[in-house]
Design a protein around this ligand. Structure first.
Ligand SMILES: [Cu+2]
Length: 146
């Protein structure tokens, strides 16, 4: 009789411990799995720009296609920004002169602009800033700031 009770107690104990081991890992794994779903949120065109900043950006719009930048040369006022829009089906870049070092005006190294993408830069100081498409160095342009 007592032997049966001991065996029953051992079986219950195994079930309880086994059940505890089965249940325990779940809460520790679950949060790790659920985290990556939040990661790929890219804040792209949610610029904090005021309406006036957006207006100047659209006013000073340079498009780039396979034949080059348009307008090739643009004149703006100090403090205004220029936006470059890629209207091609392949990547283009905006990089400061001089190819290939791009050291004349480093802020102008906007890098790759994907098809349909737009990148902009504000020019605080007067001057003439030359740039080119590093992937197609024969395509170039300039920004003149008065
Ligand atoms: Cu270059």
């Amino acid at each position: 009789m007592s032997r049966t009770v001991v065996i029953a107690a051992v079986v219950v104990l195994i079930l309880v411990i086994g059940g505890w081991f089965l249940m325990r890992p779940e809460p520790t794994i679950a949060p790790v799995v659920s985290q990556p779903t939040q990661a790929p949120v890219s804040a792209q065109s949610d610029d904090t720009g005021s309406p006036s900043a957006a207006e100047t950006e659209n006013k000073n719009l340079v498009t780039v296609t396979s034949v080059g930048f348009s307008p090739k040369d643009i004149t703006i006022s100090a403090g205004d920004s220029v936006a470059w829009m890629n209207n091609d089906t392949v990547d283009h870049t905006v990089n400061s002169a001089v190819h290939p070092t791009h050291l004349v005006y480093p802020p102008l190294n906007l890098g790759e602009i994907k098809p349909g993408e737009k990148k902009s830069l504000t020019f605080p100081k007067a001057g003439t800033y030359k740039y080119h498409d590093h992937l197609n160095p024969s395509l170039f342009g300039s920004v003149t700031v008065r």
